[in-house]
Design a protein around this ligand. Sequence first.
Ligand code: ZN
Length: 436
Amino acid sequence: MKTDKRFAITDVAVIDGNGGRPVPDQAVIINGDRIEKVCPAEEIKGDAIEKISLPGKYVMPGLIDSHVHLMGVTDLKYWGMVEYSATLTHSYSQALRLLKYGFTSVRDISENGIYLKRAFNAPGATGPRIVACGRGLSRTGGHADITQLDDVAYAERNCMVSYYADGPDECRKAVRKIFRTGADQIKFWATGGGNNYIDRYTDIHYTEEEIRAICEEAKLIEGTKVLAHCERPELSKICIEAGVDSIEHCDGYAPFLCDLMKEHNVYLVPTMRLLVKWMEDITSDDFTAYLDETLPKFFQRDLLSNVDTVEEELEAVEEVKAAFLHAYENGIKIGVGSDTCFEGSTPFGWYGVLELECMQECGMPADQVIRSATKINSEILGLDEYLGTVKEGKIADLLIVSKDPTEDVRVFKDNEIIEYIYMGGELVVDHGRMLL
Ligand SMILES: [Zn+2]
């Protein structure tokens, strides 16, 4: 990715990633992999520097998705049941699709992300930057104990998103195992999430003692951020007090957490599309058939046991939207995370675009959604010193787009508006064509 080239993209409007409208008639000077300077185009008019003049276009920071699972499987029913090497191979093309949609960096929760991160960091390789969490911690029978097979060892071996850990000591050991694989951040599932018949999202999956052990152990390695899947506000409180850096999923937020989150500088990654449209997106025909076939095998509890009626579900959706709006209006820092995991129901890249759209539709102004996907997400990744804004000294991960997303983020639904993608000053996507 390294380049020694020095050139200027000029006569463009700059969207800096800090919110607000584009600044017209600018030039962005790129020197090697960095942004050397952002200035009025007029200033460099007489300079001998190589110029790429793109009047009418916008330069903005590459988008960041702070919650993806590069699991390399196409559908929930194959989760944990496909040969590990096959998922790893498939996850490579999923990562490239994220890049094609403008996501130049992602935070991934899966073992695949560890290997992809290394592969993409190699000289000459093309792919999004990956902040890798590796596997997260799930309790036995938790949200990420996916297959529910009797043979727990087999299930864990083939589950690329989690280690099973129960009790504070096992939690500490699991954190150490995850670091050993090369993880940058530590994820755990504090509550259920509705993956299977013993996994209601209202269920508490880790105790305060276990949560404290995870955070303490993670924080022994300086600079480590911890993210908690949490769908119950009262458990979010425990997570925040234990040292978690971001709460994943908006139903884990409630107004009473507002001051506490600000005090502890905790971010919210609401995954709005997933929560607001899950019935539409996830319960596809295929998935319904899977349920029909699977559920009769179980008693008492099932995947839909959180929801008694469609009316109740719709009511829950309204509560999530209200919580999101409260968080935004009261200054909680909100990131963009799609929870993309399966090609079938949550297509890579596209589902991130739908998350931008959903956040806008739920009341966040377009320029703030873009800020969430760039500046705020760079903080969530722990890389705000390097990424997230078009500013002197930052790494030149840039999109050149033909329409203004700060007016309406839905322009990204047309992939053709992304004319060029630069990573570290290098052109990697030219009008949808990946330059590998
Ligand atoms: Zn997730």
